[in-house]
Design a protein around this ligand. Structure first.
Ligand code: PBG
Length: 344
């Protein structure tokens, strides 16, 4: 049925902006015009794939709380990375699953040049010289207590003592050939200290991705299961170094410090529940801003997908597109391989 406008309104528009002069649906009524005005697009080259590396050969083990994600031994990692790069992924972020026997109170395996991550990096660089390799800087995979730093007899995480160890870890990683060191520990002053140490050790080209605004989030559980730090951490929390989810101004201060100390990229983590923080950081500083869609965000979405409650591709791509729209230049996401294949 065609609706005729009332006669007296059909020729003379009311003298004001707005409806019916402006009809927002005019543009939306054709695919071509929807495409022309599209403000944000998702590409495989926006995505970084986090990976869990495990010891051994021919080993891949599922992670119960992250269906579809596996811990991979180095040989399997090489195979997978080849596929991902073919699909357009340019960078990965490495996290180690450290053998329990190698964990110590100070996490000294973190700067063993023959450790799991250095071995993985050397193999990856040999096979894929173009691949961007981001390596996490923090002690939690390596400590018996599961904290990101060293603790005193009362269980307090010590800042400056930890920074000294993070420097050793960063130099070990830079020597091995990683392109980006990514401190995820939230100690004060570590970006400046690591930058100075890298410069002094003739690694001026090694980039720093600062986990600048990292929240004490309940969405990290599956990650802790994946790297085997959950049990060690027990009921202990990371609230003395990670941020309160209630705060945004504090994120601005954290980010401004990390930029001043020499961060090349800053990151907000988690992503989807923190879009306002991503937006605030990007609009204020105009620096390369990353977001980490963390393990718990993956688990929540994947669980709903498996139950058929939300459509797989649409919900995943929407979640990532919205993180971009908020201001993220790049996104760390466990969905990266799947999305890259879809976007091919
Ligand atoms: C710790 C670290 C964590 C993650 C990345 N680095 C967990 C934590 O802070 O306990 C979480 C990533 C994820 O949940 O996907 N250095």
């Amino acid at each position: 049925m065609k609706v005729q406008p009332p006669r007296d309104q059909s020729c003379s528009l009311p003298d004001r902006a707005g409806y019916p002069r402006t009809r927002m649906r005019r543009i939306r009524s054709h695919a071509f015009s929807r495409a022309l005005v599209c403000e944000n697009r998702l590409g495989a080259d926006d995505l970084v794939c986090p990976v869990f590396v495990t010891e051994g050969n021919g080993r891949r083990s599922p992670i119960a709380s992250m269906p579809g994600v596996e811990r991979l031994s180095i040989d399997f990692l090489l195979r997978e990375v080849g596929i991902w790069m073919e699909a357009g992924i340019g960078a990965i972020a490495l996290f180690p699953v450290v053998e329990p026997g190698l964990k110590t109170p100070d996490g000294s395996e973190a700067w063993n040049p023959k450790g799991l991550i250095p071995r993985a990096v050397r193999e990856l660089k040999k096979h894929f010289p173009e691949l961007g390799i981001i390596a996490d800087v923090a002690l939690d995979p390596y400590t018996i207590h599961g904290h990101d730093g060293v603790v005193d007899e009362r269980g307090r995480v010590l800042n400056d003592e930890t920074v000294a160890l993070l420097i050793r870890q960063s130099l070990c990683l830079a020597d091995t050939g990683v392109d980006v060191v990514a401190p995820s520990d939230m100690m004060d002053g570590r970006i400046g200290a690591i930058r100075a140490a890298l410069e002094q050790a003739c690694h001026p080209e090694t980039q720093i991705l600062a986990y600048a605004a990292k929240y004490a989030s309940s969405f990290y559980g599956p990650f802790r299961e994946a790297i085997g730090s959950a049990r060690a951490l027990g009921t202990s929390e990371k609230t003395t170094y990670q941020m309160d989810p209630a705060n945004r101004d504090e994120a601005i201060r954290e980010v401004s410090l990390d930029i001043a100390e020499g961060a090349d990229y800053v990151m907000v983590k988690p992503a989807l529940p923190y879009l306002d923080v991503i937006f605030a950081v990007k609009s204020r500083f105009h620096v390369p801003t990353f977001a980490y869609q963390v393990s718990g965000e993956y688990a929540v979405l994947q669980a709903a997908i498996e139950r058929g409650w939300v459509p797989e591709r649409e919900s995943i791509e929407e979640s990532l597109l919205c993180i971009k729209r908020a201001g993220a230049d790049a996104i760390l996401t466990y969905f990266a391989p799947r999305v890259a294949q879809w976007l091919r």
